[in-house]
Design a protein around this ligand. Structure first.
Ligand SMILES: Cc1ncc(COP(=O)(O)O)c(C=O)c1O
Length: 404
């Protein structure tokens, strides 16, 4: 049999891609991350835990134990719902604030997959999702590629404004509301208890489901923690609550979970199976072992103490370099500080100059579903030492002073 050569074409073959991904070959964030990877740049752009703080020896001991004592199971396929040991541990942790049975847990490969699974399970093209303005941009992406339309709801220093939420529900008839109530990404803000209750009241009355994303809640600098909205009366059944081990243990192991109640649990498992069958069994068993045997609370306390010093360093350094009328958050936990420079400033336009000066941040416009405030920037304070933070913020200050 002879094989005829492929016809010569002037253009290389180009796969046709789905409309929902059209124009997404690159993103401003990808460009920013590669800029920020330069060695001469101090980057505050990514929400990246300080690797020096990883509990490497504890994690190594857990992997060793799993491979030694559960090796054959760990290397085999598992179940879409997640391994029983991990679901038990997740339920135990959650039950400190919201009574949870292991059967109500679905394991995911990080919260990011959780958001995608939720979108697969719940969203129809054209559905509206109400989000905080601003909100976590990769959640917007996970919902948007399923054809959903994001509508941003007004926020203040206490998070989403209940009256505005109610108004948006009446106007847009959303399929769901997506909130990050504790140490929010990107602002670092936390909803106080009274605000959570007011939001829950609106959601109960209007019957709109909540997707509550809580990857940062344990990283508290004050010792105070906030129970999720899912723990409020009547909210457990109408909330899908997402947790992640990324910020507490390691983002590289890619393990998180969702808590839900009722028949939607089956839909979530089917969606998860369609996407990835199950999360890595060896990683699930290792995280379960870690939660069972390691001193996670001690680890979180040590990490939070370091992050708190860094938050302080950034807050101290940034206050004098911001223009009059600027607004900056003072987060009680998490990883991010959010600055709005105010009228006349465009953080995206300033970025190239900042990078030339050796400092990078994430321009805030991309966190808005609509009507972006282009004067905003997100700065992660967790990756660098206080001395490095203070020096780099000084250089950012010189750039800010040349604008406006
Ligand atoms: C609010 C929020 N949700 C979800 C994620 C996804 O995290 P992971 O997939 O690592 O759990 C992040 C990561 O930065 C986040 O900030």
């Amino acid at each position: 049999m002879t094989v005829s050569p492929a016809p010569e074409t002037a253009q290389p073959f180009r796969f046709p891609v789905a409309a929902r991904y059209a124009g997404m070959e690159s993103s401003p964030l990808k460009d920013i991350f590669s800029l920020a990877a330069r060695e001469d740049v101090t980057s505050f752009a990514g929400g990246i835990p300080d690797p020096a703080l990883f509990a490497l020896e504890d994690v190594r001991a857990c992997y060793d134990w799993v491979l030694t004592h559960r090796g054959h199971r760990a290397l085999q396929y598992g179940v879409s719902e997640g391994e029983p040991e991990l679901r038990e541990q997740a339920a135990r942790r959650l039950s400190r604030e919201v009574a949870t049975d292991a059967s109500q847990i679905r394991v995911t490969s990080g919260s990011q997959e959780g958001l995608f699974v939720v979108a697969q399970a719940l969203l129809e093209p054209g559905d509206v999702v109400l989000v905080e303005s601003p909100t976590y941009l990769a959640a917007v992406q996970a919902f948007s590629v399923h054809g959903a339309r994001m509508v941003g709801v007004e926020t203040d220093d206490d998070g989403v404004v209940p009256g505005a939420l109610e108004e948006a529900i009446r106007t847009h008839h959303p399929r769901m509301v997506y909130l990050i109530p504790t140490f929010q990404n990107p602002t670092g803000r936390t909803m106080p208890v009274a605000r959570r209750e007011a939001v829950a009241e609106v959601l109960r009355r209007t019957g709109v489901p909540l997707v509550e994303d809580d990857p940062y809640g344990a990283l508290s600098f004050t010792g105070s923690t906030w129970a999720p909205i899912a723990a409020l009366p009547g909210m457990g059944e109408r909330t899908i609550l997402l947790n992640s081990m990324s910020k507490l243990m390691s983002p590289g192991v890619r393990i998180g979970w969702m808590r839900a109640e009722g028949p939607v649990l089956d839909t979530l498992a089917v969606a998860k199976a369609a996407i990835s069958m199950q999360s890595s069994v060896v990683d699930q068993l290792t995280v379960a072992r870690y939660l069972e045997t390691a001193d996670l609370e001690g680890h979180i306390a040590r990490v939070s103490a370091v992050y708190r010093e860094r938050r302080d360093a950034m807050a101290r350094a940034i206050a004098p370099v911001l223009p009059a009328g600027a607004h900056v958050t003072h987060p009680d936990g998490g990883m991010f500080l959010w600055a709005a420079l105010g009228e006349g400033y465009d953080a995206q336009d300033m970025l190239a100059e900042a990078v030339e000066a050796g400092v990078a941040y994430l321009p805030g416009w991309s966190f808005f579903a609509e009507r972006p405030d282009r004067s905003t920037m997100r700065l992660s304070f967790v990756t660098h030492s206080p001395a490095v933070i203070e020096e780099a913020i000084g250089r950012l200050g010189a750039v800010i002073a040349r604008h406006g």
